[in-house]
Structure formats: structure tokens, C-alpha cells
Design a protein around this ligand. Sequence first.
Ligand code: MSP
Length: 513
Amino acid sequence: MDKKFYITTPIYYPSAKPHMGHAYSSIIADFFARFKRIDGFQVHFLTGTDEHGLKIQRSAEKENFDPKQFCDQISETFRNLSKTLNLTNTDFIRTTEDRHKKTVQYLWNELLKNDDIYLSKYSGWYSVSDEAFYTEDEIEEIDDNKRSISSKSFVEWIEEESYFFRLSKWEKPLLEYYDNHPEFISPLSRKNEVVSFVKGGLKDLSVSRKSFSWGIKVPNDKDHVIYVWLDALTNYISALNYPDKNDKLYKDFWPASIHLIGKDILRFHAVYWPAFLLAAKIELPLKVYGHGWILSGDEKMSKSKGNILDPIEIIKKYGLDPLRYYLIKEVSFGNDGNISQERLEDCINSDLANNFGNLCQRVTAFAIKNCDSLVPKDIEFQNDDLIILNKYKDNLEKIRKKIDNQDINFYIEYIVNSLFEANKYFNDQEPWKKKDDLNRLNTIVYTTLEIVRKISFLLFPIIPESSLKALKIFDLSENDIMLSTIENNEFLTKGNKINKIDILFKKIEKNND
Ligand code: MSP
């Protein structure tokens, strides 16, 4: 079966330690990677760190570090965060690695060869924090300081010799591409932003800098380093060993299925990146999805604003799966979302402990006591049972489509409703009153156990550790979770052992003052 899926997160600036915004991008990417894997896809999942440029050079200088040593340290905290978040990334790329540098220089030469790069002089505004150029009408002056209107970061004037990429040449081809590939930029609301930016006219882009040295050298002109965004974006193909087009990774996984990014870096991914690729005659990724921001007190969480929520602290206090569940459920995907510990606690208490954890405990305790700790054998389904059992199979195709449209909200609502229904089914059927109709008692227990198994499968991409704990009821492991088992209606094996499991989620005592 030729089902391949390549997902990327942005590569993070190792200018400071990771915060919740970074954790968010990575957790969402992991959700998609895990879902696709249990749906039979071979998945390549890339994340990493973006280590060149003036922003990093200055951050290192401030700490009296050599930039490479500085990056070594902070990049390691991002690598560790991947482990802490239980990410299933199959690669972690650093832009200071040789494999990456080689690809960037090769791509540069391709662009040069195709006459897409020329030498000239740049003068204009630059934000080091965003590593972005801004025009006069994209900046404003507040208290004698010039800032970018969109990101509010400070800009400084630069004037220097620079190589330019002929971005203007790609204005029309880009607009045509957007038209012919309506889902290339998602969600739709973000596409309109990009299209009107491109329609407004594209100027050639400065793609090298001369006034500092922390970057990849321009081939044949050692006075220049390559613009950090041209360098960084290339990570998506350098990790697949481009330009070796016969390389298995490249052949299997390019074009990427989806670049998942935050909305603030959409222009780089939906305008510059496809223009570079068109110019180098490389296929374009299938989709660029710009998600919203995690807000803290209604503002984007960022180091410069000093309103950072540390994911590690939250995980220490509440555990990883509650954080994953909360970010996936409570931030309406594609939009901004405010996060609060109170809402996180509500999620733990109502959805995870009451709805999921409790269902698992109740049905296993009942089966252990009344069915000899075995999956019941002697069963006869009635209509009520079949309706609830077949629902999953019937909805799988719909779920797949929704996931391919990044409709995470649908997915999680589907699970929450299924859990309500399953609890209601168990309550309404009252198996504890069926002790003199063992066939009926067994059928209800069997049905509820089977639903627990199915919901645990669906929960795996969201709360992997807890889903696996729940599946210990049936002695199932990660290798056993395949959505095709739901599709093929391979029900639980009768007569198998039922295991007691530990409490999945502890309720949080809330102070109601
Ligand atoms: N290095 C570039 C990306 C290069 S990709 C070829 C970069 N790095 S970043 O560390 O500043 O940001 C990485 C990602 O984190 C971006 O997608 C950004 O949108 C996301 N987030 C940073 N703060 C965020 C929030 N407060 N909320 C959600 N995501 C945000 O940009």
C-alpha cells in the first residue's frame, strides 16, 4: 500500500527556551502524525531548530557565547521538549548541520543558474526579531520607535550590498497556483490575506546579508551569508536529502503533505517558499496550514512580551496528556485561543476523569466481578447494541475526511459525544439489574468494553500514554492500534482476559471560593 504522509513543524529559533506556543505547534503536528500512522500511513514527521541569522547571533553575544555553542545548548532543550511532549518525530534537523548547509548552497546555485538571483543594494527596514523586511507602510512609529504594524517588533534601517531573488517574476505563477490548488493555503481565511498581499505586487527579495557572518556562506562570494529564511525553509527538503532525487526519503515523502505553521509566518511559507521552489523547478508542498496563536491574557505569548507559560511547569503539575488534550480541544484549531489553568482543570475533571476514566474503571470493575475477568463469550446483540457498535465503522470515512481538512474540532467533539453516549448506554442498560439474565448482562458488558477499545484507539493521537494504559485492559499494545480494525469490525476476542487498570486521571480539587 502506497500511503505516505510527510508533516513538518516550523523549525524553532533557539534564541530562548521553548514556550507553550512552540509546544502547541508540535503537539498538533504529533496528533496528525499519530492519526495517519494508525490509519495505515507511513509517516515522516520533521521538527528542528533554525539556528542562523542576526537574531541568534545577537542572543548569543548577549550571553557571551559563541553562536554555535549557544545553539548547541538551546537546541538541546527543544530536542528534549520533543521527548517530554511524547512527539513521534522521525527526524530533528538543525540548520547548522552539514547535510542542511549542502542543500541550501545547492539550491542557491540552482536559483543563480536559472537567473533568479542578482547582485544589487538593499536599503530599507528590517526586524531582527522576525528576521523580516518591512516596507514603509508596514511600519508605525510609537514613542520614537519604529515597529512592524503586524508583529509590533522593532525595526532598524539597513543599507548594504545584497543579492536579490526575483520574487516579482513569480507573482503571476503564484496567483495561478493558488487558484488551481484551492487548499494549498489553509484555512481559507488565511488564503485571502496571502492572495491580496501577492496581488498588491511583489518586490524582489533581499536574500543575502553582508554585515554579519553567522549564516551559510553564499557560494563563490564569502562576504555574504544567505538570508536566514531562505536557509531555514530549505530544511523541509534538506532533511529528505535533496538534491539526491533518488534518495528513498525524498522519493517517498516529497512533496510534503502539510507544513504546519503559526499564522505569523504564513508569508514566508505561502509566498517565498513556493516561489523559491518554482524557481528551482521543485514540486510544491500540498498544503501550508497557518494555525492561530496561544494567547496569554489576550496577547500572543512571546519572550519579548514576558507572558510566557512554561509547558514544562504545566506538565509537572498536571501531566502531559491533560495538556495535550486541553490544547487540542480548547483552542479552536485555526483560531487564537486563550489558555487558563482553570479551563485545563475543568477538562481534566469532566472530560478525562469523569467521562473517559470513569467509563473504563466502571466497566472493567463490573466485568472482573461479574464475568470472571473475561471478555464475555455468551452474547446476543440487540438493536441498541448494534447501533452503538456500528457507529464507529460508519463514521470512519467521515473522520478521515475531516482530518484531511484539519478539522480537529470535529474529531474531538466526536470523541466527547461518543463518551457521553457510551456512559449513557451503560447506565440505561443497567447491567447490574440483569444478574438473572446472564446473556443480556454479558452482551452489555461486551458492547461497552468494545466501545472502550474503539474510543481508546481514537484517543491515541491525542492522549497516547493514557490511551495505551486503557488498552492494557485488553492486553493491547501500540502495535495493535489500527483504525482498519474498526473498519473491518474485528470485535474483541471472546474469552480473553480483562485486566484491572490504575486510575487514568486524578480529579483536581477545585477551590470554589
Ligand atoms: N524559525 C522560524 C520558523 C522557520 S520555519 C522554516 C520561527 N521560529 S519561532 O520559534 O519564532 O516560532 C516557531 C513557531 O512557533 C511559529 O509557527 C510560531 O507561529 C509559533 N509560535 C510562537 N509563539 C506562538 C504562540 N504564542 N502561539 C502559537 N504559536 C506561536 O518563526
